[in-house]
Design a protein around this ligand. Structure first.
Ligand code: MG
Length: 185
C-alpha cells in the first residue's frame, strides 16, 4: 500500500482568520511582543491579558479562512492524504480552540490536532512536533517561523501562507486557492 501523504497546518492565519474588529497593531503586540528581538513569542503573564486573548479567540470573532477550509474538506475525501493541525496556541486557549473547531465542524477532517499545551515557545513546539510527526508538507503564516523551521527540519516542504500581498524572500508563498498546487509538486 502506498504511504499516505501527511499535510500539517498551522491554525491561526491559515485556517482561522484574525478578528476583523481588533486593530492589527494591538494583535501584533499581543502575539509577538514587538518582534524586534527576532523569534520570541509573548506569553501573557497577567490574568487581564489572558482574558483579553481568550475573548479575542471567541469563535464568533474568528471567521474561518474559507478557501483553505474548503480545500481541506474537499481533499479529506482523498484516502491518500492525512491532515493535521499543529498550533502554537497556549494552554489557556484550549477550550476556545476546541470550541472553534467544533462550531466550524472541522475537527473530523484531522487525524490529530496538536496544541501547545505546555506553553512552550511556539517555534520550538512546532519544531518538536514536526520532528516527531514527519509530515510531507507544513503550512504556516508566520514568515520568521517558517524561515526558522526550514533551517531545522529536513524532508518536509514548508510553505508560508499569505492571504494577500507579496514578500521578498525565497520562502515559498501560498495564497488562498493555491493549496492544490502543493499537491502537484
Ligand atoms: Mg499562524
Amino acid at each position: 500500500m502506498k504511504k499516505r501523504k501527511k499535510i500539517a497546518f498551522d491554525l491561526d492565519g491559515v485556517i482561522i482568520d484574525k478578528p476583523p474588529i481588533i486593530p492589527k497593531r494591538l494583535l501584533e503586540w499581543l502575539f509577538c511582543g514587538g518582534g524586534k528581538n527576532g523569534l520570541h513569542y509573548r506569553y501573557p503573564k497577567t490574568r487581564l491579558e489572558r482574558t483579553i486573548r481568550k475573548i479575542s479567540h471567541y469563535y464568533l470573532f474568528r471567521p474561518p479562512i474559507k478557501g483553505n477550509v474548503e480545500f481541506i474538506k474537499k481533499m479529506a475525501k482523498d484516502p491518500s492524504l492525512e491532515f493535521y493541525v499543529i498550533s502554537g496556541r497556549y494552554s489557556f486557549l484550549e477550550k476556545e480552540t476546541k470550541n472553534w473547531l467544533e462550531k466550524n465542524k472541522i475537527s473530523k477532517f484531522f487525524t490529530q490536532i496538536f496544541l501547545n499545551l505546555n506553553d512552550e515557545q511556539p517555534h520550538l513546539y512546532k519544531e518538536k512536533i514536526l520532528g516527531n510527526l514527519k509530515p510531507d508538507i507544513f503550512i504556516d503564516d508566520d514568515l520568521l517561523l517558517v524561515n526558522f523551521l526550514t533551517k531545522k527540519i529536513n524532508n518536509c516542504k514548508i510553505f508560508c501562507f499569505l492571504s494577500s500581498g507579496k514578500i521578498r524572500t525565497k520562502t515559498r508563498v501560498l495564497k488562498e486557492g493555491q493549496l492544490i498546487k502543493i499537491l502537484e509538486e
